[in-house]
Design a protein around this ligand. Structure first.
Ligand SMILES: [Zn+2]
Length: 214
């Protein structure tokens, strides 16, 4: 217990004294009836981009999977183990979520590693292999003429959201429900510095800022 991070224990104590009393009945209900979130969020591991904090939700409201650069792989029924696909399968088939939100963000380290073509961090090159999923076979992703590095990175961060949405549709059980209008896919982008949220207008293929207070 001594090496357990003290600030986590401190945080847990705050949780039990402040938040838990107001949410205790909700936790009980969720434990008895099981979870039934309507929304799945696919976000990045980045410690600054916590979906529960950004959307101010309580227990049982979001089914979240986080990975490097909020990527969804293409459907691969190849006998391998696929973490995101397993979460997706559970969210759609068992929980029957109504919405899937792919949440990208500014200053994404995974995207930066991809853009900078960093050397493998370990012999496994797990980040390199994971980020390679972002690129379609034969596709070349490069900085455009007169595009600043910042603009290039932002463009790729947003492209990762588009790619994940595209890949979601390669899953037959997702596509079927989307086509029946029983499941809705959304893209969003979080600006870390300002805490700003942009939601993808899929018809216009543009991210539009959400006003901070209604
Ligand atoms: Zn990230």
């Amino acid at each position: 217990m001594s090496s357990f991070p003290p600030y986590l224990l401190e945080g847990y104590r705050t949780f039990t004294s402040q938040r838990l009393p107001t949410e205790q009945s909700r936790y009980r209900e969720l434990s008895e009836r099981g979870q039934a979130p309507e929304v799945m969020v696919i976000g990045c591991c980045d410690s600054r981009v916590s979906p529960e904090v950004i959307f101010d939700v309580g227990p049982g409201e979001l089914f979240v999977v986080r990975n490097i650069a909020n990527l969804v792989p293409v459907y691969q029924p190849d006998g391998g183990a696929h973490g995101v696909s397993a979460a997706l399968e559970y969210a759609v088939q068992v929980l029957k979520v109504k919405h899937i939100v792919v949440l990208g963000h500014a200053q994404c380290g995974g995207i930066r590693a991809f853009v900078d073509k960093i050397d493998p961090l370990t012999p496994g090159d797990y980040i390199g292999k994971w980020m390679a999923m972002f690129v379609k076979p034969g596709e070349i992703v490069e900085q455009r003429d007169r595009e600043t590095m910042q603009d290039f990175v932002t463009r790729i961060e947003k492209a990762a959201v588009f790619r994940s949405l595209e890949n979601l549709m390669t899953f037959p059980f997702v596509r079927k429900l989307v086509e029946r209008n029983e499941l809705h896919l959304h893209g969003a982008y979080f600006g870390v510095a300002e805490g700003s949220l942009f939601v993808l207008d899929q018809a216009a293929k543009e991210f539009r800022g959400v006003r901070e207070s209604a």
